[in-house]
Write a protein that binds this ligand. Structure first.
Ligand code: CMC
Length: 429
């Protein structure tokens, strides 16, 4: 079959030729930018299920086949052979680093990991029981106040440095938020440790004794970071791009991404999954949970199930599921919630409701059980996601700033309000 080059749309007796764009991988796209001018009509696509918002060379997903590629590399290969920091370099720069390039990148990320001392005062302004995602949103937004004045986003080197600062500082800030909420003194980053181990030390080390960190924990966390690092134009990345499209600085753009990530339909699902599994409690209760999830009146969904793009197994969920068994065994953790999760997955995958709607476990279904085994408190789960996704957010922000087609994001609407009417003074209403 010859390649589709254009489609013709007939609107109000007028034929409009619309070009068809072909990505390197994936489905063709009809370019509709000229449509309003030529037909007087806009398009309507709530939730953007049929709309590409930009061109991007960072991540590719084939939702029907369950494929995820970062810069062309399959997620399974990166999970097996790479590290989170190397993946961050790949996402940002487009190619895997040489030894020298990686050493320079690691050095830069390591030496930008401190936060300004004034940040403590800012942190101490939060209520002790504030959710860490609320703190992270505020803290990242406030980074702009430390770097805004001398940041020229027209300068590629300054953009790169801002991206490095974000990747470097998010773990420090995240750990500080956690420690503040439990009343522990803030721990400074230790530069002799690599990225993920350094973060775990900042989370867990107490001043009174040295931390004996199981290397299995750091390896597992690093792998989870790789799997969460990017996922093309998801809600939080699209938010970063929307804010970035206005010329706002990268710190507030990423802070907006953190806010979008927090929702239970997105990154907040990992926290919601664990709460759901705890509520289900025992394998015997799985049947009634599945029944409740199918009942639209209940308002209950199986958290960690379903995905806008994947209509097959989420490849990340497959890796995490396997890893879950391994990590729990290696750490000597016996968590009954794993049995509940496995039974729930099994029951849902056999159920007609889930089969028909192509609802499979997603990345968040098993990740919470691993975080729990690593001693990460439930309210920090989405923060873990945010640390990893920062690599993706900054890569998209960098790509967008270089994109000659970048315009301010400005969707249209279908107005459904009142027609024009005259003001009525209050006594006459
Ligand atoms: N449990 C029960 N029913 C579901 C679920 C679920 N988890 N997910 C979707 N459905 C049903 C939904 O009710 C609808 O049924 P019907 O056709 O009868 O109206 C159908 O499946 C299609 O769902 P949708 O809401 O139109 O799909 P969407 O693409 O708008 O939403 C989703 C995708 C991920 C928000 C949704 O599947 C969901 O709410 N899942 C649970 C939350 C979750 O795990 N989120 C993490 C997503 S992966 C990590 C990330 O990207 O952050």
């Amino acid at each position: 079959m010859s390649e589709l080059t254009h489609v013709t749309l007939n609107a109000a007796g007028k034929a409009v030729d619309l070009p068809v764009l072909h990505p390197t991988l994936g489905q063709p796209c009809i370019e509709i930018a000229r449509l309003p001018k030529e037909t007087g009509c806009f398009t309507y696509d709530p939730g953007f299920g049929a709309t590409a918002s930009c061109k991007s060379a960072i991540t590719y997903i084939d939702g029907d086949a369950g494929v995820l590629l970062y810069r062309g590399y399959p997620i399974e290969q990166l999970a097996e052979h790479s590290s989170f920091l190397e993946v961050a370099y790949l996402l940002m720069n487009g190619e895997l680093p040489t030894r020298e390039q990686f050493a320079r990148f690691e050095h830069e990320v390591t030496h930008h990991s401190m936060m300004h001392e004034a940040f403590r005062t800012f942190l101490y302004g939060f209520r002790h029981d504030a959710h860490p995602m609320a703190m992270l949103t505020g803290m990242l937004g406030s980074l702009a106040s430390f770097y805004h004045n001398d940041l020229n986003i027209e300068d590629p080197e300054q953009r790169r440095l801002a991206a490095i600062r974000l990747i470097a500082k998010v773990p420090t800030i995240a750990a500080a938020c956690h420690r503040y909420s439990i009343g522990w003194p803030i721990r400074y980053p230790r530069n002799n440790l690599e990225y993920t181990t350094r973060f775990l030390h900042m989370m867990k080390e107490v001043p009174s004794e040295p931390l004996e960190l199981n290397p299995v924990a750091a390896k597992a966390m690093d792998l989870l970071f790789i799997l969460h690092a990017d996922h093309e134009q998801n809600a939080s990345t699209s938010t970063v791009r929307l804010v970035g499209s206005t010329g706002a600085n990268p710190y507030v753009s990423v802070a907006a991404g953190v806010a979008a990530l927090w929702g239970p339909a997105h990154g907040g699902a990992n926290e919601a999954v664990l709460k759901m599994l705890e509520e289900i409690g025992r394998p015997e209760n799985v049947g009634s949970a599945v029944a409740r999830a199918k009942d639209k009146e209940s308002g209950f969904r199986l958290m960690g199930f379903g995905h806008r793009v994947y209509k097959n197994f989420d490849p990340r969920a497959k890796i995490i599921r396997e890893m879950c068994h391994k990590v729990l065994a290696e750490l000597g953790v016996d968590d009954p919630l794993l049995e509940v999760a496995m039974r729930l997955e099994e029951a849902a995958l056999k159920d007609e409701y889930f089969i028909q709607r192509k609802l499979y476990p997603n990345v968040d279904f098993y990740s919470g059980i691993i975080y729990k085994a690593l001693g990460i408190p439930t309210e920090m789960f989405t923060v873990m996601f945010a640390i990893a996704r920062t690599a993706g957010w900054v890569s998209h922000w960098l790509e967008q700033q270089e994109d000659p087609e970048n315009r301010i994001g400005r969707p249209r609407q279908i107005y459904t309000g009142a027609g024009r009417r005259d003001f009525v003074p209050m006594p006459q209403r």
